[in-house]
Design a protein around this ligand. Sequence first.
Ligand code: ZN
Length: 614
Amino acid sequence: MGYAMKKPLSLLTFLMAYADDLTIITGRVRNSQTVLNSTGEWLHWTKTMKAKPSKCRVLAAKYFTSNDEKLRLEPHSKQPFSTFDPLLSIDAKQISAIGPLSLELEDKFKFLGRFFRYDQKDGPQELLVHDSFLNRLKAVDQDLVNGLMKAWLFQFWIIPSLAWPFQVYDFPLAFAKSLDELSNRFLKAWLGIYKNADVGLLYRSRASHGLGFTKPSLLLKQSQIIKLHLVKHSQEGEEGNLRKLYWNRLAREMKFKRRWKPGPTLEAAEAKLSFEIKFAGQTDRKGLGFNRYIQNMSASASRKRISLGLAFDHDRKAELHSMSLSQQGGWTKWRENVHPLDLKWKDLIFLKNTRIFSHHLNASISCLPSPNRLRLWGYIPSSKCPLCEDLKCTQMHIFSSCKTALLQGRYSWRHDSVLKCLEPVLVKYIKAHNDSKLPKPKLNLIKFVKKGSRCSSTTQPPSKHLLSPARDWQCQIDYKDDSIVFPPVICVTSLRPDIVIWSISTKVAILIELTCPSEENILQAKARKSERYLPLLNQIQSNGWTASLFLIEAGVRGCLSFSFAQCLRNIGLPSPKVRDVCKSVQTVVSRCSYIIFQTHKQAKWSRQQLFILQ
Ligand SMILES: [Zn+2]
């Protein structure tokens, strides 16, 4: 509901109405009174509405040039530009002015979610927002739910509470950074992360091996930029008054060279976006220029892109910082070889044992309490391995390079547990495939379409994969305690790849070799295994068979190499199933590594049952 008044040309008003709220802005006090009088008149005329002077507030400000003026209007401060009480009234009742004497009243005056102060300072609001943020963190901290649930509450209850104040107040970045420090402290405690860990782990995107929490300082930047973008491209106000406000503000902010200001950042972000749209590169396998060129991007779409761009830059900065850290930034060297862990909130908040997740997080930044780390932190005098007495017992040593652990079968237990996780999936899939019918070969004839008629939709042929041509596939899996002989029908060898799938009718053999190295050594493991199995491949081929070798790696931290999912897809498992299998394997490896780490001080390792995911 809105009203527009006929106004004399001499009166320049800015009128905004929303539901039963009316805002009147004029350049002079007497004009305001005129508008208020007219407003009172038409409210009477309606006979259904009435002004409520006790709920009205007035805020007036001007430059005081002479002492006479100061004596007459009583400015609220000693500054030349100050607020004052213009003594306006409606329905013959005075309207209270927002000033220092009415602090209590003024604190209660909130317009569109923003408190107004006579000195236009946001400092007191900073305190309010800070206290409310801290109180929420403390309330969550005292709750009895587990750490991951607390982290979920942070992301979906505490962070959203900042969104509106960050948009309506011009808080400085330093204030948001003080909130960052509070968030870091609580999140690290809830997630069980080493207290001096690089905070990038908390805020990097999940693709960059982070947890993807929203950083208050990034939220402030995004909110301020979105607000300015709205003002810059606003069609409201007479003769683009709002847009002029933006340009004035930008001119003022351009003078700040070292301090972060939203105006110059928005200009840079818009220039970058415009470049990206004009010179959009192709990064995927779709047709050249497919869906890339956007002629007229809507303002809301451009705001979204700018906001995402800001988050992307933030991610890159956090990554660059990680690269400068010799210990904690180790993940930047192996991230290219593995898929990040599949983390979804719906899985995380229902995790029964949050310690394993904390273990994974600390392992990803190499901050687990290994003897080497404990010696560096000053807790123990020596970094000797309790098992093999190696002088430098690092996290990687415990996970994958301890000779005694290898001889005792700790690593093969983890390796075989992964095979045990794959076995039921492969056996079930191969049985279902063998039971299905072979499709009849179809002639690929060209279908002509008459002029003016439409091509009838054709059903998609089933996708082809390595198992498509035959229905007599057999599969065998080699465990340490239940070893197999390589099928003599293919060839005679002493080598035993972990999984062999073969079809006698088509003379095709698929060999899958699984390794569980530390993520740093995935490429070396691939090269080593490839060297070992290449002669076998040649031998199989010389017997008239076709052979494919897949080297798949499950890293000790739970990150799988890209070839893992690719191998499963190549043998025809549908993508959702591949995702499920990869997730189960990640969980199995993480848990086994957790047990291997926790037992690294125990000299004895009794034969364990293979770990089976419930
Ligand atoms: Zn050792």
